[in-house]
Design a protein around this ligand. Structure first.
Ligand code: NAD
Length: 357
């Protein structure tokens, strides 16, 4: 198994180093894994004049999976658009046709106080949001802003197109049903079928697809209610599947239920389960180079890689159990530290996960 490793910018190199150590440790258990480093983001702009250089493209295309830290930082904020670090991220997602974004929101009981919600509402939360990533109103044509005659006068009018084909809905639905089979076998499909024809089609296709998954329970929820239920009773959900725009909003809402951005992994997959795995947080320039960043989101992203791209559920669970054990021991980086716990740095946290493994 070939993994392209993109440390990126800011805290990226520090947190990715710990995830790499975890993957290397699993080699002693017979995991055959090759790790190939490459550049993406601001560091790539500086070294190669492109946020997604050709050498990186080649490695990423050849690899079975990509592990990414994060990109961006204030030193590139004034660069012209084509030379902005985020360009690299958008380019690699597009290049690898990563249409399925998986974002788990897990709140370990030990971190229940980190949430802004009452501990009893969120403690033990474990949901997975599956968001379609390459279609919907974000990419639909036609789109634009122009002057038109409205209400008897010329004024600016803006419009976008919400569009999904049956095959696009089916392939993201499959990802959700398959993921549910590895969890608690419940899928909640989120739409706005009472108002939008596109999402009526979405619901119809989900119902048709569910016939292939008789062992998974399918339910439906309108997006406005889903936004409400996520803060009212989030533990009712197992897997939620939705389109690009609704998923953009709901996955951010869900991740913030946990209150610990340094803990949340993510995966973006193509049709053959090749994936890009990265923490949900950014490059945290405010703490870069200080050795204090939380590496757990990146380590948990590596666990997702083992599960989804390599089909190695046992290894994935070993890594996740090691993280749980470290939390139970009371070790915390600054972002999740509370009274009575031991404050540790990035490397020490990595050491503890390795010891727990
Ligand atoms: P951020 O997620 O980098 O940081 C927000 C806050 O969370 C900061 O206070 C930071 O110190 C803290 N934080 C984040 N990750 C942490 C970790 N692992 N451990 C401890 N604390 C952590 O978001 P931002 O400040 O809005 O963005 C900073 C840069 O990151 C920007 O250049 C932005 O464009 C980029 N960014 C990149 C990605 C990505 O690569 N996928 C995503 C979001 C933002």
């Amino acid at each position: 198994m070939k993994v392209c490793v993109l440390a990126g910018d800011g805290i990226g190199p520090e947190i990715v180093a710990e995830a790499v150590r975890v993957l290397e440790a699993l080699r002693t258990d017979g995991l055959k894994i090759e790790l190939e480093p490459a550049l993406l983001g601001g560091c790539a702009v500086d070294a190669a004049g492109s946020a997604y250089p050709e050498a990186t493209q080649k490695l990423a295309r050849e690899a079975d999976a990509v592990l990414l830290g994060a990109v961006g930082g204030p030193q590139w904020d004034n660069n012209p658009r084509p030379l902005r670090p985020e360009r690299g991220l958008l380019a690699i997602r597009k290049d690898l046709n990563l249409f399925a974004n998986l974002r788990p929101a897990i709140l370990y009981p030990e971190l229940a106080n980190a949430s802004t919600l009452k501990p009893e509402v969120v403690s033990g939360l474990d949901i997975l949001i599956v968001r379609e990533l390459t279609g919907d109103i974000y990419f639909g044509e036609p789109r634009g802003v122009e002057n038109r005659e409205v209400d008897g006068r010329s004024q600016r009018v803006g419009w976008n197109t919400m569009i999904y084909s049956e095959s696009e809905i089916r392939r993201i639905g499959k990802v959700a049903f398959e993921a549910a089979r590895k969890r608690n076998r419940r899928v909640c499909s989120v739409d706005k079928m009472n108002v939008l024809e596109t999402t009526q089609l979405w619901r119809d296709v989900m119902i048709e697809l569910s016939k292939d998954y008789p062992d998974v329970e399918l339910s439906h929820m309108l997006v406005d209610n889903a936004a409400m239920q996520l803060v009212k009773a989030p533990k009712q959900f197992d897997v939620m599947v939705t389109g690009n725009m609704f998923g953009d909003i709901l996955s951010d809402e869900a991740s913030m239920l946990t209150g610990s951005i340094g803990m949340l992994p993510s995966a973006s997959l193509d049709a053959s389960n090749k994936g890009l795995y990265e923490p949900s947080h950014g490059s945290a320039p405010d703490i870069a180079g200080k050795g204090v960043a939380n590496p757990l989101a990146t380590i948990l992203s590596a666990a997702m890689m083992l599960r989804y791209s390599f089909g190695n559920e046992a290894a994935a669970q070993r890594v996740e159990s090691a993280v749980k054990k470290v939390l139970a021991l009371g070790l915390r980086t600054g972002d999740i530290w509370e009274e009575g716990c031991k404050r540790v740095g990035t490397r020490e946290m990595g050491d503890a996960v390795l010891a727990a493994l």
